[in-house]
Design a protein around this ligand. Structure first.
Ligand code: HC0
Ligand code: SF4
Length: 572
């Protein structure tokens, strides 16, 4: 440890600390803008400057290391003025149409900073950009709002290893752009939305589909059903300043009914269905000498990444559609028939923690007889805004249950939303099938947690199942390269987003002031595992609605009818 002084307070801190970390120990949060822990640690915006005794220039606290005997001052007049000038320069170039900005209602870091630094007047006349927006199916880029913090560049390049956005030009002409000025959609962008999650302003956001959803709700000829992904329930409360990761499933269902959806279903049921199909596929491939490893296919950002980077391994992907697509197909067949509704009049809305799901739902591979499985995808954030817009006091709502005929799903379906969850859910089912009995121990700790790549060997009956789990596309790339080079596994789970869906590109945004100190992924994951423990049924094959569905309609898992509705394939 080293001994230092911050604003006259003496303390000992580990020698690998930065000034920013040290100050936090004495309850001083130094303002930051470009800094985002584990994502962007480059000290370029100079919002966090402090005075270090003996140093001629002000230093960026986010990257400046502590050393023995250091004396730091965090709020001298020189520091305060430098921060203000920096911020005013940024503001002078910023398209500050706050009234109509998507980030204005609660989570703009620039506004929060202006407030924190008491900037009430911008002394500089900047050059406001008037550049065209880049609007895709999933992602919108607005260069006029961009403040060049480079957080998106780091997320895309270093964490996801996709690297389709970077700094272009110099001086006043500097912009963050894609190669050759292409639309993101025309690059290998995966639509993962991790760039959105780290953007401090509204330079990146999802392409909203809320208007299309409202239109369907108000259309008397449409039967509008909504399904919610596992990860939404442990995050949407954050849109209303509730605790990070707090599970609010019952309130969410109540709010959806109040918005006017005709039925509210749980994508966890779709996840249970996916396990039935994927479990059967795994057993078939192992027993029948099929292509191994079987790799999960439910994360559409991962699928697109695989198509661009590992086209030689597309046959390894499970042919299963993702849970919400499977469920959409069931709603437009089994459910339509049961309720006596023409499938063409059913409008399926998926509420997802994911931006890539918008792209997925629009893919031609996700239709049955020309009818899309899912008609609109909205993110957790978009749903939060819809609820807010109509004046529903979300935190005060009572609980409601998901609608029948699908009712409550299994706990295995719930943990799909966090890294390792699909693997664990599949193992629970495959173990019972292969052992021909019901195992009491089915919590597979070895595939849980936030380690980038998790590898485990699990003994099931006479089979040693070699399993690997990766989350975040950088980790996915490493794992896939190892497999390509010959490393052997039976089953591999890959999720595009670090932490899995709980940290998807459509989840509530937390300001860097929060994210730098609390691991929001861990909080949300913990909550999903608690949801699992609360469920009456914790294995997908025991979900009564799913059992009934196979008995009445689908027949065999991985059979003919299932293949028509629930499976697809990808071509390079
Ligand atoms: Fe996920 Fe899913 S678990 S991808 O992360 O598999 O988005 O939450 O809905 O479809 O179920 C996202 C989350 C889902 C799907 C499920 C899977
Ligand atoms: Fe990169 Fe993902 Fe953003 Fe596309 S959506 S630019 S892949 S971070």
């Amino acid at each position: 440890k080293v001994h230092i002084t911050i604003d006259g307070i003496q303390l000992y801190v580990p020698e690998n600390y930065t000034i920013l970390q040290a100050a936090k120990e004495v309850n001083i949060t130094i303002p930051t803008l470009c800094f985002l822990k584990d994502v962007n640690e480059i000290g370029c915006c100079r919002m966090c400057v402090v005075e270090v005794k003996g140093s001629r220039a002000l230093q960026a606290a986010c990257v400046y290391p502590v050393r023995e005997g250091m004396e730091v001052y965090t709020h001298t007049p020189k520091v305060i003025e430098a921060r203000k000038v920096n911020l005013e320069l940024i503001l002078s170039n910023h398209d500050a149409m706050c009234q109509t900005c998507t980030r204005s209602w609660m989570d703009c870091e620039l506004q929060a900073l202006a407030n924190k630094l008491s900037v009430s007047n911008v002394r500089f006349e900047g050059d406001k950009k008037r550049l065209p927006l880049d609007v895709g199916v999933s992602i919108v880029r607005d260069p006029n709002k961009c403040i060049l913090c480079r957080r998106c560049v780091s997320a895309c390049k270093n964490i996801q290893t996709v690297a389709v956005i970077d700094t272009m030009n110099r001086g006043f002409d500097t912009v963050i752009g894609s190669p050759f000025g292409l639309k993101l959609e025309d690059t290998p962008c995966t639509n993962c939305g991790q760039c959105i999650n780290v953007c401090p302003v509204a330079a990146l956001h999802e392409k909203s589909d809320a208007d299309r959803v409202w239109e369907a709700i108000y259309d008397p000829n449409k039967h509008v059903v909504v399904q919610t992904a596992p990860a939404v329930r442990v995050a949407i409360g954050e849109e209303f300043n509730m605790n990070i990761g707090e599970a609010v499933t019952g309130k969410m269902v109540t709010a959806l009914k109040m918005l006017g959806f005709d039925r509210v279903f749980d994508t966890d049921t779709g996840a249970d269905l996916t396990i039935m199909e994927e479990g059967a596929e795994l057993i078939d491939r192992i027993r029948g000498g099929g292509k191994l490893p079987l790799i999960t296919s439910c994360s559409p950002g991962w699928i697109k990444f695989c198509e661009h980077n590992f086209p030689d391994m597309l046959d390894n992907l499970s042919s299963c559609k993702s849970p919400h697509q499977m469920f959409g197909a069931i709603l437009k067949s089994y459910y339509a028939e049961k309720e006596g509704i023409d499938p063409k009049d059913i409008f399926v809305v998926s509420v997802m923690p994911c931006t890539a799901k918008k792209f997925e739902a629009a893919r031609p591979e996700m239709q049955v007889d020309g009818l899309p499985d899912v008609d609109a995808v909205i993110t957790t954030r978009e749903l939060g805004k819809m609820i807010y817009d109509v004046g529903i006091d979300f935190p005060d709502l009572g609980d409601s249950d998901f609608d029948n005929p699908f009712g409550e799903a299994s706990g295995a379906g719930a943990i799909f939303g966090t890294t390792g969850g699909v693997m664990e859910a599949a193992l629970r089912t495959v173990a019972d099938i292969l052992n021909d009995s019901s195992a009491d121990n089915f919590e597979y700790e070895e595939v849980r947690g936030l380690e980038g790549i998790k590898i485990a060997t699990i003994q099931i009956a006479d089979l040693k199942v070699r399993a690997a789990v990766a989350h975040g596309l950088g980790n996915a790339r490493k794992l896939m390269e190892a497999i390509r080079a010959g490393e052997q596994f039976h089953f591999v789970e890959i999720m595009a987003c670090p932490g899995g869906c709980i940290n998807g590109g459509g989840q509530p945004l937390q300001l860097s002031d929060v994210r730098n100190w609390i691991d929001i992924k861990a909080e949300r994951a913990k909550s999903l595992y608690q949801e699992d423990r609360k469920m009456f049924t914790r294995k997908s094959h025991n979900n009564p609605a799913v059992k009934k569905l196979y008995k009445e309609f689908l027949g065999m898992a991985n059979g003919k009818q299932a293949h028509k509705l629930l499976h697809t394939h990808y071509t390079p």
